[in-house]
Design a protein around this ligand. Structure first.
Ligand code: DXP
Length: 284
C-alpha cells in the first residue's frame, strides 16, 4: 500500500486533532509520535537542554557519545540525570569521528554504556572545516554495524546513489544533510532530497543545516519523514521558544504534505470566488 492510500484509509473519518496519533514515524519497527529529533550539544547547561527537549515534543534525542556524558566520565554531570526517566529514546551518535573504525568503536561503547542499545546514528566526517560526511568511510562503517545488529540511522550527503547504497546495506533511516552542520543555511538542494525521498523505502530525515522553523516545514512539505536538528535550537536567542517553534513547524509541514497542496499555477491568477452571476456592471 502506498502512503496515500494508507493515509486515506487510516484517517478517512478521523478528526484533524486525531491525525497525528495515527501518523506515527516508524523507525526500525518502533513508532514515535514526534517527527522532530533533537540534538543535545551547544546548550548553556543540562537544565536548558532538558527544557528545550521538553518544548520540542521530541521522542528521540541524539547524543554525541564522544562529547556528552552519559556515565562514561565518572564524577561529571550526567545528562541522563536531567531528563525524565524513560521519556526519550536515546540515539547515540558518532559526531567527531573521522573514520569507520572510530565510529564503530564509539557505537560499541554506546551499546555497552546503554545496556545493549541498538538504535544509533552513524556520522563519519570527512573534513574538520566543512564537516561534510566521508561517504566511503560511512558505507564501510554501516556494513559492519548493520552486521553487528545495530539499527543504523545514517547521516550522509544528499547524493541519491549513496543513499540507495546505504539503504541496500540495511540502514534503517537515511539522513541527508540540508546544508552544512551548524550553518543554519536551510535546504540547499530540495531536488536531490526529493530524489532520495522518492526512491527510499526506509524513512528519510533531513539532518544538519536547518536554521529556522520554515526550513523544517519545507523539509516536511517535501515529504521527509522527519527532521533532526541541534544548532537551530541550541544557538537560538531563546532555545526553549525555538524548540517549540520547531515542533509546530514539523507538524505543520507534515500536515501540509499529507493534505496534498494545491497545484501550483505558473504565475497565472484564478479568482477565489466564482465570477459568474456576480452583481456588477463590470464586464469580465
Ligand atoms: C546533533 C547532530 O547529530 C549533528 O551532528 C547534526 O548533524 C545536527 O546538525 P545541526 O546542528 O546543523 O542541526
Amino acid at each position: 500500500m502506498n502512503w496515500k492510500s494508507w493515509w486515506r484509509s487510516a484517517v478517512a473519518d478521523a478528526a484533524p486533532k486525531e491525525w497525528k496519533v495515527q501518523d506515527q514515524l516508524v523507525i526500525a519497527g518502533k513508532a514515535y509520535n514526534s517527527r522532530l529529533l533533537v540534538g543535545t550539544g551547544k546548550y548553556r547547561d543540562f537544565e536548558q537542554t532538558a527544557e528545550a527537549l521538553d518544548a520540542s515534543g521530541c521522542d528521540i534525542v541524539t547524543v554525541a557519545i564522544r562529547r556528552v556524558n552519559l556515565g562514561q566520565h565518572a564524577g561529571e554531570p550526567n545528562l541522563l540525570d536531567f531528563l525524565p526517566q524513560n521519556r526519550y529514546t536515546l540515539l547515540p551518535n558518532t559526531a567527531g569521528c573521522y573514520s569507520a573504525e572510530d565510529a564503530i568503536r564509539t557505537l560499541r561503547l554506546a551499546r555497552e554504556l546503554l545496556d545493549d542499545h541498538r538504535l544509533v546514528k552513524l556520522e563519519v566526517l570527512g573534513d574538520s572545516g566543512n564537516l561534510f560526511p566521508n561517504v566511503k568511510e560511512t558505507l564501510k562503517a554501516a556494513e559492519v554495524l548493520v552486521a553487528e545488529g545495530f539499527d543504523v540511522m545514517v547521516y550522509t550527503s544528499d547524493d541519491p546513489i549513496i543513499a540507495r547504497e546505504l539503504e541496500q546495506i540495511g540502514c534503517c533511516a537515511i539522513m541527508p544533510l540540508a546544508s552544512l552542520i551548524g550553518s543554519g543555511m536551510g535546504i540547499l538542494n530540495p531536488w536531490n532530497l526529493k530524489l532520495i525521498i522518492e526512491q527510499s523505502s526506509v524513512p528519510v530525515l533531513v539532518d544538519a543545516g536547518v536554521g529556522t522553523a520554515s526550513d523544517a516545514a519545507i523539509a516536511m512539505e517535501l515529504g521527509c519523514d522527519g527532521v533532526l536538528m541541534n544548532t537551530a535550537i541550541a544557538a537560538a536567542g531563546n532555545p526553549v521558544l525555538m524548540a517549540h517553534a520547531m515542533k509546530l513547524a514539523v507538524e505543520a509541514g507534515r500536515a501540509a504534505y499529507c493534505a496534498e497542496r494545491m497545484p501550483k499555477r505558473f504565475y497565472s491568477a484564478v479568482p477565489s470566488s466564482p465570477s459568474e452571476g456576480v452583481i456588477s456592471s463590470r464586464k469580465p
